[in-house]
Design a protein around this ligand. Structure first.
Ligand SMILES: C[S@@+](CC[C@H](N)C(=O)[O-])C[C@H]1O[C@@H](n2cnc3c(N)ncnc32)[C@H](O)[C@@H]1O
Length: 226
């Protein structure tokens, strides 16, 4: 257990099976009944990374209710957010309107037929897009493809160790991952950071514990001159 400090709502810890909790219906239901599930503030590691970045074209894959996309837009970035859930996208649009920023939000399945325009983004953000191995590899390949030469993929997720040692997040090992999986998925990029990070989370019992996350920063090499 960690001392109370910078805490974050634990959101909802899905139970049952991933097969049940990862469906479009389950996401819609969660968003329709639980308010702003992860709050309206950006993920703390993203805020740390992106504060001070000059304006750029950003793609947020699995953007949920838009907390990260909207925050990035308030910092002057041109942001596109994609999510499977129309309920989440509607809420994200409202959040953008509340902050008087424009974000392109689109309902799409990152694993299915939707493919981002190649090399069109300076930064691709993935924040807790927890998918089983095949789907994860597809989504990560699309992220790699979407980033422009010289651009960056930034990813935060629940670490595989989180079930045993951490708190919150999905309790299905198949949707959690570790440094080795990310090193393989993003093997075409230059990996600048691929490590475990910790986040204080206040549980439903009011106690604060450390969630175990994985943070990746990976850059696509710039095109060689000439
Ligand atoms: C844990 S939430 C994270 C939301 C947001 N990135 C955040 O950090 O607040 C994961 C999101 O991924 C979305 N998602 C799951 N599978 C997806 C898919 N195949 N294509 C697009 N979005 C997907 C869900 O609808 C959900 O909004």
């Amino acid at each position: 257990m960690q001392p109370a400090g910078h805490t974050e709502a634990s959101g909802h810890t899905p139970t049952g099976s991933y097969h049940e909790s990862g469906t479009l219906e389950a996401w819609n239901e969660r968003y329709a009944t639980r308010g702003m599930v992860w709050g309206t503030d950006p993920n703390r590691f993203l805020a740390e990374y992106a504060t001070g970045l000059t304006p750029r074209r950003i793609l947020d894959l699995g953007c949920g209710q838009g907390r990260n996309a909207v925050w990035l837009a308030t910092r002057g970035h041109r942001v596109t957010g994609i999510d499977l859930s129309p309920v989440a996208i509607e809420q994200a649009c409202r959040l953008a309107a509340d902050h008087a920023v424009e974000v392109i939000f689109e309902v799409a399945d990152v694993v299915g037929g939707w493919t981002p325009p190649q090399g069109a983004f300076d930064l691709v953000v993935l924040s807790y897009l927890q998918l089983p191995p095949h789907d994860r590899r597809v989504a990560h390949a699309k992220a790699t493809n979407a980033v422009a030469p010289g651009g960056t993929v930034w990813l935060i997720a629940h670490h595989s160790d989180n079930i045993a040692d951490g708190v919150g997040g999905p309790q299905f090992p198949e949707v959690l991952f570790d440094e080795q999986a990310l090193a393989t998925d993003f093997g075409d990029l230059e990996i600048l950071k691929n490590e475990k990070v910790f986040r204080d989370v206040e549980g439903e019992d009011g106690l604060v514990r450390a969630a175990h996350d994985i943070l990746l920063v990976a850059a696509k090499p710039s095109k060689p001159d000439g």
